[in-house]
Ligand binder design. Structure first.
Ligand code: ADP
Ligand code: MG
Length: 634
């Protein structure tokens, strides 16, 4: 072949600065592109072997080599795949890649948002110019009598092509790294990139640093007979950096629990064992494989954050692509490999792609099926995991209507007996005492006084202690119009109190209100009187459910300084005195009594104490008064 020079320009525009600009954020993907091309070249040759177009020579070991030289600032990707003839270089490198570039330019020249680019445009090979000043290709086709080719391009618009001298089959691509990309000849940096993108590519990949100093192997001592003493240190055979058959690609029947756990540890660096996992494996109507893990959640951290790694034919694409993976599933940790995914488009195009929506729906459905199936056939484990997985499930129900539909009958509530019940079960049990009301506990310690009173009367409540429960309660009330959720301190439940004469209560309230307002020193103190079945409790604080929810909402949106009344809620806190209690009766009968004020102030503090932790000032007063009261006993 005569030396050939040609021009790569498309419409006289130089694409390389554009490649650099657009792919700026992800420079390291060049290695993924080159190594995946090398794997493709080998996979193609394997196929040719299978159909008899090529016969694999004996002793052949297919492999991709990544070779760095920090001294010369080069990185090479070498494969012994099918190679290219001069015509093929012309077609696949000189022309095809540039038609890809033309498409790319057409699509993106008006866009200024870099985030819209997924970093994969069929511009694979040319991404080398993001980091290299000069790229050379030495290649020799598997075809008999193929003439090797040498190709070179310096990142301008010119390339040159000539007969080459490559002796063995395959392709060797050399990047002469630019000044500001020298890091890509650094051993650790390159290993890190290989680990990120190439850890599961389908052909063996070996890494070499040609400038690294080899650790010296000691020569064995030779004895008089000329025999080597001791073991001759054998050089360990180099190991590939990747796992060519990742666990997700295997059939679930072939994978043991230990396999799943080890894969999880390795990929997510999480040394806490996952709770359980779902192996996705489908061929029709599209190809999708993957493993989703439910991680152990550490409650110390407020938010749960997972990682879903997306692969395309074992080539890593990115973490947490929200267009493909439903948002709530990103709380999990997992891998998804979808060879059919159209990646040659921008993310915004992905979003509108019906196919992508189907993938996302499929994954959601699988997760819901697994969870509901577990609840049906393995209730014991489902209950065991419930506390850990419920935030995830509730979040899913809030975010995804389809998931909600499938899961809504499998939501559990832990009750005061520490048993798990469903909403219908709870409502059925509470029907006679408090119809359609679900009492809930958010803090077992602080609300213990209320819990005890409930237990005494044989009433039940459920624990809803997670951040997400606020939103979830609202969601459940929306879905079950008759049902109302009340925190256990929201009012004095009907079944805790006796029927009482309205007039009597009214006059008691008036009298007591005056004494207590004065004793506590609060003019706006809300006072109510009820006759509790349990006479030993003097008073309780109740906090109106609506007012409290508004306050919590304000807290969430950082509006604490504002007046809840603006949102239609009044103060909400009421001191409910027990008309059956001796101390209250004493104050009622002796409003001017010597100790009445002392007793009233103390009753108020005790009620506060069993509702929420006291602030420092109130606590100081409370302790001083307690001492004063003890003093009266001597
Ligand atoms: P894509 O991989 O999406 O086809 P690339 O720009 O990465 O796009 O590569 C263009 C073409 O160049 C490939 O389809 C292939 O035909 C050829 N090619 C690239 N690298 C190699 C290689 N190492 N061995 C053989 N052919 C290659
Ligand atoms: Mg490619």
């Amino acid at each position: 072949m005569a030396n050939k020079k040609g021009s790569l320009s498309i419409n006289s525009e130089n694409i390389f600065p554009i490649i650099k600009k657009w792919l700026y954020s992800d420079h390291d993907i060049f290695l993924r592109e080159l190594v995946s091309n090398a794997c493709d070249a080998i996979t193609k040759l394997r196929k040719l072997d299978m159909i008899g177009e090529f016969e694999e020579p004996e002793g052949n070991q297919y492999k991709v080599e990544v070779i760095v030289s920090p001294e010369t600032k080069t990185i090479q990707v070498v494969d012994n795949g099918l190679g290219m003839t001069a015509d093929e270089v012309e077609e696949y490198i000189n022309q095809i890649a540039f038609s890809g570039a033309t498409d790319f330019l057409d699509k993106y020249k008006d866009k200024t948002n870099e985030d819209q680019i997924i970093g994969h445009f069929g511009l694979g090979f040319y991404s080398a110019f993001m980091v290299a000043d000069k790229v050379t290709i030495k290649t020799r086709s598997y075809k008999e009598d193929a003439v090797p080719v040498y190709w070179e391009c310096d990142g301008g618009t010119e390339f040159s092509m000539a007969d080459g001298d490559k002796e063995d089959r395959g392709t060797e691509i050399t990047l002469y790294l630019s000044e500001d990309s020298a890091e890509f000849a650094n051993e650790y940096r390159v290993k890190e990139i290989l680990n990120k993108y190439c850890a599961f590519m389908p052909e063996e990949i070996y890494f070499t640093n040609v400038d690294a100093v080899e650790p010296e192997i000691e020569e064995p001592e030779v004895n008089e007979d000329g025999e080597a003493e001791g073991e001759i240190a054998e050089k360990a055979a180099p190991a590939p950096i990747n796992d060519t058959v990742p666990l997700w690609a295997k059939h679930p029947n072939e994978c043991s629990d230990d396999d799943y756990k080890e894969f999880y540890r390795k990929v997510f660096m999480d040394f806490k064992e996952p709770l359980f996992w779902i192996h996705l494996n489908m061929d029709y109507p599209f190809n999708l494989k993957g493993i989703l893990y439910f991680p152990q959640i550490n409650y110390e951290y407020e938010s749960i954050e997972g990682t879903i790694k997306l692969y395309n034919n074992q080539v890593f694409i990115a973490d947490n692509i929200k267009e493909v993976i439903p948002e709530f599933l990103m709380l999990l940790k997992g891998v998804i490999d979808c060879p059919d995914l159209p990646l040659n488009v921008s993310r915004s195009a992905l979003q509108n792609d019906g196919f992508v929506k189907k993938i996302s729906d499929y994954i959601t459905k699988k997760v819901a099926d697994k969870l509901s199936g577990m609840c049906k056939v393995d209730k014991e484990n489902y209950e065991k995991y419930w506390d850990d997985i419920s935030p995830f499930i509730k979040f899913g129900c809030l975010k995804d209507e389809k998931f909600n539909k499938k899961m809504k009958n499998f939501i559990l509530f832990k009750n005061l007996e520490q048993k798990y019940v469903t909403l219908p079960e709870y409502l059925e049990a509470a029907k006679d005492q408090n119809e359609n009301t679900v009492f809930y506990v958010t803090d077992e310690t602080v609300q213990s006084q209320y819990i005890n009173m409930f237990k005494e009367q044989g009433m039940d409540a459920v624990y809803l202690t997670h951040n997400i429960d606020n939103a979830f309660i609202t969601h459940l009330e929306g879905a079950n119009q008759d049902v109302k959720f009340l925190r256990i301190d929201a009012n004095v439940a009907d079944s805790l109190k006796e029927e009482a004469d309205e007039e009597e209560i009214k006059s008691m309230t008036e009298k007591l209100s005056e004494v207590f307002k004065k004793a506590v020193g609060m003019d706006n103190l809300q006072v109510a009187v009820e006759k509790f079945k349990n006479a030993s409790v003097s008073a309780m604080i109740t906090l109106s459910e609506d007012a409290r929810r508004i306050q919590e909402m304000m807290k969430m949106y950082n509006m604490e300084g504002m007046d809840p009344a603006m949102f239609g809620a009044t103060g909400g806190e009421t001191l409910v005195l027990n008309g059956n209690n001796k101390l209250v009766q004493y104050v009622l009968e002796n409003p001017e009594g010597e100790h009445s004020e002392l007793i009233a102030a103390h009753i108020y503090d005790l009620a506060q104490l069993s509702n929420k932790p006291m602030d420092a000032e109130s606590m100081t007063k409370f302790i001083a008064r307690s001492n004063e009261i003890l003093g009266l006993l001597i």
